[in-house]
Structure formats: structure tokens, C-alpha cells
Design a protein around this ligand. Structure first.
Ligand SMILES: NC(=O)c1ccc[n+]([C@@H]2O[C@H](COP(=O)([O-])OP(=O)(O)OC[C@H]3O[C@@H](n4cnc5c(N)ncnc54)[C@H](OP(=O)(O)O)[C@@H]3O)[C@@H](O)[C@H]2O)c1
Length: 250
């Protein structure tokens, strides 16, 4: 697809992978909108990249999603990147307390993506060169059990993206899935360092570059680094044939 002269909204675009995607898009003469909950991060991103436009928004809150969608529509968005997310280590043996001790990954990573996308689909269907890119994770294909809910939300995003792509195909809205491996960002809020994990992952710039190449060549599932190994490990040879049979268009 054409990666210039678009209006692109990146959720969670003030930091990490989202910010590097924003910088790649800005370098290709696009208007780039970003959002997040922490205004200081958004301000800092804009200080370094003055062309960025931003709004404080929480994609896990329905009202906030509606206002964000109104802004994006008013700005003429034609590409949505669902990148906002968070990751928690959760000990499932601790029961409900463990789930309630921090942000709710189901509401942010999963529900936020699905409901926010739904706000924008009717608008995107009327735009030229329209696309949606959902950022999942290699952990959606092979779960890391210390981050059980995170891994499950990303498996859910993968499944949702398959259905979204199939349903939107006749409308012309392209649907991409960006599947990163471990990336050196603050996603885990220091958990990797606390558990002594030495591998910080690949730089976010590598993921953003892979995304640009994948989008230009209309690659529906875009992997970066060793994420391809996890995708291949999980994918059964018969998958595509069974998927097509179950979802045949009449
Ligand atoms: N880093 C990795 O190893 C890795 C691997 C595979 C996939 N990914 C995926 O890549 C995406 C980006 O993560 P990252 O690694 O770049 O980490 P990051 O720097 O922490 O980026 C996540 C962004 O999402 C925003 N966000 C979180 N909750 C939000 C909410 N409720 N509403 C709006 N924005 C929200 C955060 O800002 P606020 O906190 O200010 O809202 C932050 O800017 C995530 O979906 C993540 O799951 C990351």
C-alpha cells in the first residue's frame, strides 16, 4: 500500500514501538496522530517530533474511545494502528488478588483494540488507502506462562485480526498484524530486569522498519526478528485450507 500522504492514528504512540512507527510514518510525509494516558510522555514525544499531533486518551474507557475516534475522524484518519498495550507478570495461584493488583490487560490489550476499531470501521470504509494494523506478539502464538493474561490477550488479537481481515476484505480496508518478538521497551515496567532477564530484545526501530516493509508489500502478517519462529511453531500445515473452507464466501 501507499505509505505517503496518509493520516495515521497510532494508539500508545508516545513511547516504544508506537513512537518508532510514528517516526517512520512522519519521515514518509504522513500526518501522524498519537494517544496515550500519560501526558508527559506525549509532550516529550512531541518535543522531539514537533509534527506529531496528540491527545490524552485511555482506550480501555468507552467515553475516551469515543472522543478519540471523533478527533481522528475530524483529522481525516485513514490508517489505524492499534498498538497500545501493557504486560504484567501474574501468578495465577494467587487467585483474584493477582488479577486485581494492576491494570487490566483484557480491557486494554483486547477489549480496547476491538471496541476502538469498531468506532472507526464505518469511517475507514469510506477512505481511500485505508488500513488497520493490530500489534499482537509472538507470545500470542506460544504463551510465556509468567505473563498468562498478556499472552492470552495477544492470542485473542491474532484470532480477531483473522476475522477482521476476512470480513473487511470486500470493503478494501486492508488489515495487517504486526507480530514483534521481545523488544527493548518499557512495556514490562521493569519486570525483565527484576527477574534478571539479560536479553532486552531487539530495538523498537527494527520492528518499525519491518512494519514499513511489510505494509509497502501488503504482507498481512508482518513478523520482526525471531517472532517468525513462534508463529511457525504454532501454525499447523492444514490451517489455511481449513480456514478457507470454514469461511468460504458464497
Ligand atoms: N516490548 C515487547 O517486547 C513487545 C513484544 C511484542 C509485542 N509488543 C506490543 O507492542 C505494543 C507496544 O508496546 P511497547 O513494547 O512499545 O511498550 P510501551 O513503550 O510501554 O508502549 C505501550 C504504549 O501503550 C500505551 N498505553 C497503555 N495502556 C493504554 C491505554 N489504556 N490507553 C492508551 N494508551 C495506552 C502506553 O502509554 P500510557 O501508559 O501513557 O497510556 C505506551 O505508550 C504493545 O501492544 C505490546 O504488547 C511489545
Amino acid at each position: 500500500m501507499d505509505l505517503s500522504h496518509n493520516t495515521i492514528l497510532i494508539t500508545g504512540g508516545a513511547t516504544g514501538i508506537g513512537l518508532e512507527l510514528a517516526r517512520e510514518f512522519l519521515a514518509r510525509e504522513n500526518k501522524v496522530l498519537v494517544c496515550g494516558r500519560r501526558e508527559e510522555k506525549l509532550r516529550e514525544a512531541k518535543r522531539r517530533n514537533p509534527e506529531l499531533l496528540y491527545r490524552v486518551a485511555d482506550i480501555s474507557e468507552a467515553e475516551s474511545r469515543k472522543k478519540l475516534a471523533e478527533w481522528a475522524v475530524a483529522e481525516g484518519v485513514n490508517i489505524l494502528v492499534n498498538n497500545a498495550g501493557m504486560q504484567r507478570e501474574i501468578d495465577l495461584t494467587k487467585g483474584i488478588e493477582a488479577l486485581e493488583a494492576g491494570d487490566n490487560e483484557c480491557r486494554i490489550n483486547f477489549e480496547g483494540t476491538i471496541y476502538f476499531t469498531a468506532e472507526l470501521i464505518p469511517h475507514l470504509m469510506k477512505q481511500k488507502n485505508a488500513a488497520i494494523m493490530n500489534v499482537s506478539s509472538g507470545l500470542g502464538f506460544v504463551p510465556m506462562t509468567i505473563t498468562p493474561i498478556y499472552s492470552a490477550t495477544k492470542a485473542g488479537i491474532h484470532s480477531y485480526t483473522l476475522s477482521l481481515r476476512h470480513q473487511l476484505e470486500p470493503t478494501g480496508v486492508k488489515v495487517f498484524e504486526l507480530i514483534p518478538p521481545t523488544v527493548d521497551t518499557e512495556l514490562d515496567r521493569g519486570a525483565r530486569a527484576r527477574r534478571g532477564q539479560k536479553d532486552r530484545g531487539i530495538p523498537a526501530t527494527d520492528v518499525a522498519k519491518a512494519a514499513m516493509e511489510g505494509m509497502v508489500f501488503d504482507t498481512p502478517e508482518i513478523t520482526a526478528g525471531m517472532a517468525a519462529n513462534l508463529v511457525n511453531a504454532a501454525r499447523q500445515p492444514a490451517f489455511d485450507a481449513i480456514f478457507s473452507r470454514m469461511n468460504a464466501r458464497h
